[in-house]
Each structure stands twice: as structure tokens, then as C-alpha cells.
Ligand binder design. Structure first.
Ligand code: GDP
Length: 299
């Protein structure tokens, strides 16, 4: 909780300060409530969420003085109510061996890093993990995954840069089965600029995986970078259409003032939110907890 709070400090302080400035010397009249709505929208919480919060805050308190802490408590409660239904841990079903996780998302969102963090966690729990370097467009992504493999002890399956991603997926599923691996994590390239090509590539990767391992991938995780703010919403829409996303991971919640976007996404989509990234290290991945996040965000 303390790491999350410090990770979300910038979101919290910009929102918290805005609230304190607004309500500490003024009555909760229509104008104050309207300005509160603006503060919430600027914090990326989304128009619908801002309206819902303002209604809750204003209820029974019109033209009264109200302490900033009370407003923050009301905001945290509303945000928690929005987040609680979608906050769900990532469950690895041991009935599937390997349990296949496909990672999707635009370049730079944190897919490779999140794979490394998950590998570290699962290997640490004694699971056998295989990583597939399916982002064959960037040599750096392949190298980065190999480094995570060395660091964690997970097996990395890679081909040269420019190789067919579906070929890498094929090798990786085969290897994971041979090794009796518990989990296979498949990296992918995220070139959203060319949606048709991306869709064709992901479809091919999924087809190859499914042929060898019917029912897989068992999870398709969309990795979102919190610092892109509102753009994250269009990425959710694009990737749910392209890739059959089953859940979300939001990275880079440390050092951004835009953590509120996760609330807007939760209010608009019913996709499970599994994990959040709060740094670049192996330990900087946390299960998404609605109450902690809501409290951290409200400042
Ligand atoms: P990919 O292209 O989607 O595979 O993205 P990468 O995993 O290569 O990540 C892009 C950059 O973001 C790298 O420099 C990572 O170290 C960094 N990164 C990933 N997750 C986090 C996070 O939670 N917090 C911070 N501060 N940086 C992160």
C-alpha cells in the first residue's frame, strides 16, 4: 500500500491539491460543484465518473462548508465502487499445462517488462516458465527478454529479428510442452499504426498456439501505459476488437499524474483489471486492489 501510494503520489497530489484549493474556503454551491467536476475531468477520471462523484458529494450538502478530507473520502468511496467489480487477480489455472498468456499492447507500453516481472514472480513460486520473444520487430525487445530470462531462470525462445512471430510462438509452445512448463508468456509487437498488419499477425500467432494447444491462449492481457492518459481508452477499444483481450495491466503508475485514466476505463469497460506496474524492477508489479487504488488516487 505504501509503495502504491508513493507510486500514485503525483496523481494523488494533483487531484488532492485541486480539491483542497477548491473546497477549503468555499461553500459547496453549484459553482463549486461545477469546478469540482472540472478538476475530476482534468484528472482523467472521465466525464461520466466526474458527474457521478459530484452528485454523491453534493447530495445533502448543498451550500454547506465541507472539509477537503471529507470530499476526498467521498471521492475514494465512489471510485472504489467503480473499481471493485473489475479488480480481479490474474488466476493461473493449473489444469492447463502450459497456461498460455498472450501479451498485447502498443510499443513501449511495458509488455516485455511486465512479462519479466511475471516470470520473476512465478519462477520465485517454483513454477516452470517459458518466454516467447514474439516481438520480432525490435531487436531490443528480443534482447530485453533474454536478459529477463537470465535474471529469472525462465527459458527464452527467440528467433532473429524480422522472423515470423507465429514461428516463434510455435517453437515456444512446443518447447513449453516438452519441458512440462507451467506457464508460457508470449510477447508480441504492438504496431497499432498498421492495424490490418497487426491484426493479421496476432491472428496468426493465436491460430498457431491454438493448433498445438487447443483452448489457448488462456489469457490475453492488454498492457496500457498510464502516462498516455486518454489515449489508453482508444487502445482498449482497438485491442479488444483485434485481440480478444481478457484482462488489463496498467504500467507506469509511478511518476505520472494520470492514474485517473484507470477509473475511466473501469467505468466504461467491464474488463478485469489484474495488475499494475509501479516501476521498472522485478518487484514493481502489484495485484490491482480497488480500495487501495481509490484511496491513493483521491489524495
Ligand atoms: P514494450 O514495447 O511494450 O515491450 O515495452 P517495454 O517493456 O520495453 O517498456 C518500455 C519502457 O517502459 C522501458 O524502459 C521499461 O523499463 C519502462 N517500464 C515498463 N513498465 C514500467 C513501470 O511500471 N514503471 C516505469 N517507471 N517504467 C516502466
Amino acid at each position: 500500500w505504501s509503495r502504491l501510494a508513493s507510486g500514485l503520489a503525483r496523481t494523488a497530489s494533483s487531484l488532492g491539491q485541486g480539491i483542497t484549493d477548491l473546497v477549503s474556503k468555499r461553500k459547496l454551491d453549484a459553482e463549486t460543484l461545477e469546478e469540482l467536476e472540472d478538476v475530476l475531468i482534468r484528472a482523467d477520471l472521465g466525464v461520466a465518473t466526474a458527474a457521478r462523484i459530484v452528485e454523491a458529494v453534493g447530495k445533502g450538502r448543498h451550500d454547506k462548508m465541507i472539509a477537503p478530507e471529507e470530499v476526498k473520502g467521498l471521492i475514494a468511496a465512489e471510485v472504489e465502487a467503480i473499481l471493485a467489480p473489475v479488480a480481479r487477480p490474474l488466476m493461473v489455472d493449473a489444469a492447463h499445462k502450459p497456461f498460455v498468456v498472450l501479451m498485447v499492447g502498443v510499443n513501449g507500453s511495458g509488455k516485455t517488462t511486465t512479462i519479466g516481472k511475471l516470470a520473476a514472480q512465478w519462477v520465485g513460486e517454483g513454477k516452470k516458465v517459458v518466454l516467447a520473444a514474439g516481438d520480432t520487430f525490435r531487436a531490443a525487445a528480443i534482447e530485453q527478454l533474454k536478459v529477463w530470462g537470465q535474471r529469472t531462470g525462465a527459458t527464452v525462445i527467440a528467433r532473429e529479428q524480422g522472423a515470423d512471430a507465429a514461428g516463434v510462438a510455435h517453437d515456444a509452445v512446443t518447447q513449453a510442452r516438452e519441458e512440462g512448463a507451467d506457464i508460457l508468456l508470449v510477447d508480441t509487437a504492438g504496431r497499432l499504426q498498421n492495424r490490418a498488419e497487426l491484426m493479421a499477425e496476432l491472428e496468426k500467432v493465436v491460430r498457431v498456439i491454438r493448433k498445438l494447444e487447443p483452448g489457448a491462449p488462456h489469457a490475453v492481457l492488454l498492457v496500457l501505459d498510464a502516462t498516455v492518459g486518454q489515449n489508453a481508452l482508444s487502445q482498449v477499444e482497438a485491442f479488444t476488437r483485434i485481440a480478444g483481450v481478457t484482462g488489463l495491466v496498467m504500467t507506469k503508475l509511478d511518476g505520472t499524474a494520470r492514474g485517473g485514466i484507470l477509473v475511466a476505463i473501469a467505468a466504461k469497460h467491464s474488463l478485469p483489471i489484474h495488475l499494475i506496474g509501479v516501476g521498472e524492477g522485478a518487484d514493481d508489479l502489484q495485484p490491482f486492489a480497488a480500495r487501495d487504488f481509490a484511496r491513493a488516487i483521491a489524495g
